[in-house]
Design a protein around this ligand. Structure first.
Ligand SMILES: [Zn+2]
Length: 120
């Protein structure tokens, strides 16, 4: 991969990381005790804890947000690790065969680790 392509994917990855962090900050806050981890918070509406339905709603929301946050965290990890590969000069190489990953595949998913042949 030439330098121009690498720069292009780096920009895409940085934009994706920013977007993922924005989405995560909408449902939680950074967990200071776990790097890369996020604490999920339910929305700040006042909950009447005497009202069972409201408490159940709140738990439902928290559970749903935790699922979303886990997915976003996973994506963010992939993006960060792709950025690390750019720094190391191994970006765009298949982890199974060490051959360059198809540009089209990287355009669809800039954090892809595996070529089309070896992916699923
Ligand atoms: Zn491969």
């Amino acid at each position: 991969m030439n330098k121009k392509d690498t720069e292009k994917f780096k920009k895409l990855l940085l934009a994706e990381a920013t977007q993922l962090e924005e989405e995560l900050s909408g449902i939680g806050k950074k967990d200071p005790s776990a790097p890369g981890g996020w604490d999920v918070t339910a929305s700040d509406m006042k909950v009447d804890t005497a009202d069972d339905n409201e408490v159940a709603d709140r738990f439902g929301e928290l559970e749903e947000n935790t699922g979303i946050a886990n997915k976003l965290e996973g994506q963010l990890q992939e993006v960060k690790s792709a950025l690390e590969r750019i720094e190391k000069g191994t970006y765009g190489l298949c982890e199974k065969c060490a051959k360059p990953i198809e540009i089209g595949r990287l355009e669809a998913n800039p954090s892809a680790r595996i070529s089309i042949k070896h992916g699923h």
